[in-house]
Design a binder for this molecule. Sequence first.
Ligand code: UDP
Length: 359
Amino acid sequence: MKILTVVGARPQFIKAAVVSRVVACCDNVKEVIIHTGQHFDKNMSDIFFEEMEIPKPDYNLHINSLSHGAMTGRMLEKIETVIKKEGPDVVVVYGDTNSTIAGALAAKKLHVKVAHVEAGLRSYNMDMPEEINRILTDRISDYLFCPTIASVENLKREGFEQLDNKIFNVGDVMLDAAKFYSKKSSKKSSIISNLDLQEFVLCTIHRAENTDNPKKLQSIFEALNQINKNIKVIVPLHPRTVEKSKNIKVKTDFTIIEPVGYFDIIELLKHCKIVLSDSGGLQKESYFFNKPCITLRNETEWIELTENGFNELAGADTKKILKAFENLINKNIDFNVLLYGDGKAGEKIVNILFSEFSK
Ligand code: UDP
């Protein structure tokens, strides 16, 4: 079986690393990797390939820093050429970025099977570029690998059971990654001692709905300044947010650092008191490492976290963020509920694909 993997952004490197690690142990499976170039700098790309020991991409498309249409269009054209040349049995795409929809669409038009890892998630907010990408990718995928019960239910509600595809609840590959790499992270990362961290809050911000709206970004920064008066706030800041925050008038008193690698983020998660984030991945990782999370958005795809009280939605509203912080910081939460499978999503995905394509 030949798998063609399309990745391009930070969360996809982590998700693909899980599947690549399983594939590397199978004699009869060959993986070809395309890196679209959507994320390209050291801290957003190379570090994940190094730390997670992902095989070097076979193709580097170097497509980045363009508008959504231009980026997706160029990816589509170049991925099509690679698919024609490589003739894979299946193209595997991850998550909800422009690389995801470009990979899926290029494959589908060439009648090559598409597998979508992290299928069925919905925020029901069509203003989000991610929501558009994930809905369209789901619709043209042949194998829908869902991470949660809620994501399977979403697909059923949308009538996917009547379509020509196969739906599997395999659990979340991010849990596989967290379990595997957290065994190594304390030896590999020295971020806690380097930054001399005792009690601290971890925060990340990168969603367009926050970064592209100066009022919202300013309001989040104001909340972080308030929290930072009592407990240190550490923010590994995404390059997009760094760029956009140049337009923000409010002075930042909290600690901004460059984006960090996966081992560092795991150590920050293990040692922090609480997480504030608009990231999909960080919401789940907070729970993996038994930390409450305040989501800096008005909705979440990971509804089981809010339903179980592990996560509170606060949007970008200073008052709501501070209230959620008060609620969660000293709350005694029992994280002993299994929501994302058993940490073997990668094996399940490869086994299913193998049984489909070795017939
Ligand atoms: N991450 C990291 N370094 C950082 C911030 C995030 O390694 O400085 C990791 C973290 O594991 C997170 C993943 O990158 O779950 C995906 O990140 P991002 O927030 O960019 O994407 P999303 O999950 O929102 O799609």
